[in-house]
Design a protein around this ligand. Structure first.
Ligand code: ASP
Ligand code: MG
Length: 450
């Protein structure tokens, strides 16, 4: 079997659904299991509806619901499946409406409620897609995550799938596939022990797909998106960016973590463990090769670039002459206590520089650390990441710093990722785009025109 995941933009409307269904139909002999995201921007719409209900009150519920209903109803009409909301979909929309009304009255929106709310996006999309697949003669069956054995912890909005899913998922899915059923599973969501609905974090459908593939020992997992694969950089910014044909699990994970918005950062873990290949494909251009993520990568020393803005850099310099272990121990214990997650770290015996995303509140930790260190916080920084073959790091660093020197850009911190596939450094936010453009030209020179 294979797992095929279609992201929100690949099932955004009737036309997209028809295209996605064609792609599935052409691969039926490989016994696909489908994983879907919510249609288009439904998740964002639901979250916006919740905020409105919370802050502006009950009168916002009806217009919000209309917008969400319309996305699904329009697709059903375009696909000639129904003129009004079908019987089995109506209860979901009614429940969503009651929930929004409840929020507008109680004026409270917890992570648990948020997860319950956004779950309707995926639950609606699998039902719409199921109807279309059935209408063209496929034996499709919509499955909510819990029917597919997906159980998680109760860490709402960021839940993790439980280890026992490695048994429960194949136990639920394999019999369906063996019976010739085409399961259409909700991505992104799960249930925890007490039966509450959870989500795996934004973009979590990738993880649902790779988990199912790994647990069921699928031949491969295909992630269908609206881009040609993992690109050397975001093609909206660098027009000459190229698809990367092959990349390793670690490299793909680093790229996702450092800002390439192609995959959920944790999505590589399950398939990395089992060695299941992950193929990124463009649903608008199914014949394009895409990117193959597996244990092996191709020969290019630099695979891709990524960047992330809105980064804060903190320099922490010991005021006592503590030995490195005592000092670093105290610093990191403080970050752990305040549940602030750190991205990059560079240390010497008496100082440590740390980067984190700018939305962390640093007031408490600053106060606490000021007892042992001088602290300087620098905002509006960016991380530029080069995902590369670290065995060639000296040459790559030389070229990268040559590029920065030519631009007159001061590099403020540098670190080599623990997974040994990336070099990351900090520059001012205002300079990062220039740096990335120049690096891209250096490592991926556009073909010379003749
Ligand atoms: N629909 C969810 C989101 O927009 C999950 C996903 O698309 O993977 O984040
Ligand atoms: Mg989405």
């Amino acid at each position: 079997m294979i797992v095929m995941k279609f992201g929100g933009s690949s099932v955004a409307n009737g036309e997209c659904i028809r295209r996605a269904a064609e792609i599935v139909q052409a691969r039926l002999e490989r016994k696909p299991v489908l994983v879907l995201s919510a249609m288009g921007d439904t998740t964002d719409h639901i979250l916006a509806a919740a905020e409105k209900a919370l802050h502006d009150g009950p009168h916002t519920v009806e217009p919000s619901l209309e917008l969400i209903t319309d996305i699904h109803l329009r697709a059903l009409r375009d696909l000639k499946l129904a003129k009004s909301v079908p019987e089995h979909i109506r209860p979901l929309l009614a429940e969503l409406a009651s929930l929004l009304a409840g929020i507008s009255l109680i004026r409270e929106l917890t992570g648990k409620t948020r997860d319950f709310l956004v779950s309707f996006g995926e639950r609606l999309s699998v039902r719409v897609f199921e109807m279309y697949l059935q209408s063209i003669g496929m034996n499709a069956r919509a499955c909510d995550a819990w029917e597919a054995g997906l159980l998680s912890d109760a860490d709402f909005t960021q839940a993790e799938l439980l280890d026992e899913c490695y048994q429960s998922v194949p136990a639920a899915i394999t019999p369906l596939v063996d019976a010739g059923v085409l399961p259409v599973v909700t991505g992104f969501i799960a249930k925890c022990r007490d039966g509450s609905i959870t989500t795996l974090g934004r973009g979590g459908s990738d993880l649902t797909a790779t988990f199912i593939a790994a647990a069921c020992r699928a031949e491969e997992v295909q992630i269908w998106k609206d881009v040609d694969g993992i690109m050397t950089y975001d093609p909206r910014i660098i027009k000459t960016a190229l698809p990367v044909s092959a990349i390793s699990y670690e490299e793909a994970a680093e790229l996702a973590f450092f800002g390439a918005q192609v995959l959920h950062p944790q999505a590589m873990l399950p398939c990395g463990k089992t060695g299941t290949p992950v193929i990124i494909k463009n649903s608008y251009k199914p014949s394009a090769a895409g990117t193959k993520i597996s244990g092996h990568a191709d020969g290019a020393p630099v695979r891709a670039l990524a960047s992330r803005s809105d980064v804060t850099l903190i320099d922490i310099v010991s005021v006592r002459m503590l030995g490195a272990s005592g000092f670093l121990g105290e610093v990191f214990a403080a970050f752990a206590r305040h549940k602030i997650s750190v991205d990059m770290v560079a240390t010497s015996e008496v100082s440590v520089s740390i980067t984190l995303s700018s939305d962390n509140d640093l007031s408490l930790i600053k106060k606490e650390l000021s007892r042992i260190a001088n602290i300087e916080v620098k905002t509006k920084k960016a991380i530029v990441t080069i995902v590369c073959n670290i065995e060639k790091s000296s040459q790559i660093l030389e070229r990268a710093f040559g590029v920065c020197a030519k631009l007159g850009v001061q590099v403020q911190m540098i670190s080599q990722g623990a997974s040994k596939v990336n070099i990351s450094f900090i520059v001012n936010d205002t300079q990062s785009e220039d740096v990335v453009r120049a690096l891209h030209k250096e490592f991926f020179p556009p073909p010379q025109a003749h």
